[in-house]
Design a protein around this ligand. Structure first.
Ligand SMILES: C[S@@+](CC[C@H](N)C(=O)[O-])C[C@H]1O[C@@H](n2cnc3c(N)ncnc32)[C@H](O)[C@@H]1O
Length: 276
C-alpha cells in the first residue's frame, strides 16, 4: 500500500483528524511528514502489520504515547512507560515560568517528582548554565528520566527520595514541582484512560489533593536557599489554597499564573528575601 492511501485508511480506523495517524506511520516507517508528500513509497508488509497492531491497541483506549513509548514536550522527545506520567502541554506553562526567571543565571534547580524528567530536562536543555537534579521515589522511574537526559544531551543529577518521608540532600536556588495533586477519591472517577493506564502514584495527592504542596512547603527552608524560588504546577481549582499555604508560611512574592486555556496552573513564591 502507498503512504497516501495508508494515511487515509489509518485516519478512518482511528476516527482521527490525522495527527495520530501521521505520528504512527512516521514512527513505524521512519519517514517524516514531508517525506509522505515528497518521497512517498510503498510500506512493507512488516510495517503494515506493526501499524495494524498499534491501531488495534489505540482503539482499545491505550494512550498512543504509551504504545509508542514516546512523546513530545517543549519541542523535545521524551520516552515514557507505564511508570511515568505522560507529560501534559499544561506543564509547559510551569517550565516557561521557571525558564523566564532563570535567564542566563547559573542556578541550582531541583525537580521534585520528575517522572519522565520532562520539567528538569527541558530546563537543563534551555538554560545551559543551570545545574539540575531530578528527584523521584523509585529506581525504575529514575532510569526513564536518565535515558531522557541522555536522549536530550543534558547532564543532570538524579536523586532517589521519598519526599513524603525524607528530606532531599543539599540546597537549591529553585525548587520546581508538578506533584501528584488529584484528590484520592476523584482518581477512579477520572476519565477512564487516565485511571486505567497512568500510574496512580503520579496522580494521588491525598484526601484533599494538597498533601505534596503541604509537605514541600514544610521542608522548603531545608532545601531552598534564602530568597530561592518555589514553583508549583497546581490543579485549576487549587490556586487559592496553595497561595494561602505559602503566605501563611511567610513566603513572599506569591503569584498565580494561568495556562494557555486561562486556567490557574502555576504558583510561584520566594523564601524571603529575594535571592535573584
Ligand atoms: C504528576 S507526576 C509529574 C511527573 C512529571 N514531572 C511531569 O510533569 O510530567 C508526579 C510525580 O511525583 C512522583 N512521586 C509520587 N510520590 C512521590 C514521593 N513520595 N516522593 C517523590 N516523588 C513522588 C511520581 O512518581 C510522579 O513522577
Amino acid at each position: 500500500m502507498v503512504i497516501g492511501q495508508l494515511r487515509s485508511e489509518v485516519r478512518k480506523q482511528l476516527g482521527d483528524n490525522g495527527h495520530e495517524a501521521d505520528w504512527i506511520i512516521s514512527h513505524v516507517t521512519d519517514m517524516s511528514q514531508a517525506d509522505f508528500v515528497l518521497h512517498p513509497r510503498e510500506v512493507t508488509d512488516a510495517e503494515l502489520e506493526e501499524i495494524k497492531e498499534i491501531v488495534k491497541k489505540r482503539n482499545s483506549g491505550m494512550p498512543l504515547q504509551y504504545i509508542l513509548g514516546e512523546t513530545e514536550f517543549m519541542g523535545l522527545k521524551f520516552l515514557v512507560n507505564e511508570l511515568t506520567l505522560i507529560p501534559r502541554a499544561d506543564t509547559e506553562t510551569l517550565v516557561e515560568t521557571v525558564i523566564s526567571k532563570i535567564g542566563k543565571k547559573k542556578l541550582k534547580v531541583l525537580d521534585i517528582g520528575t517522572g519522565s524528567g520532562c520539567i528538569g530536562i527541558s530546563i537543563a536543555k534551555l538554560c545551559k548554565n543551570t545545574e539540575v537534579t531530578l528527584l523521584d521515589y523509585s529506581d525504575g522511574i529514575l532510569s526513564v528520566a536518565k535515558k531522557n537526559a541522555e536522549l536530550n544531551g543534558v547532564d543532570v543529577k538524579l536523586e532517589k527520595c521519598d519526599i513524603l518521608e525524607e528530606i532531599p540532600e543539599g540546597k537549591y536556588d529553585i525548587v520546581v514541582s508538578n506533584p501528584p495533586y488529584i484528590e484520592t477519591e476523584t482518581i477512579f472517577s477520572l476519565d477512564n484512560i487516565v485511571s486505567s493506564y497512568e500510574p496512580v502514584e503520579a496522580l494521588d495527592g491525598g484526601f484533599d489533593g494538597l498533601m505534596f504542596y503541604r509537605r514541600i512547603i514544610e521542608i522548603a527552608s531545608d532545601i531552598l536557599e534564602e530568597g530561592g524560588l518555589i514553583a508549583f504546577e497546581i490543579g485549576y481549582n487549587q490556586g487559592e489554597e496553595v497561595v494561602e499555604m505559602l503566605k501563611e508560611e511567610g513566603f513572599s512574592g506569591v503569584k498565580l499564573k494561568q495556562d494557555a486555556c486561562d486556567n490557574d496552573r502555576v504558583v510561584i513564591a520566594r523564601l524571603k528575601p529575594n535571592l535573584f
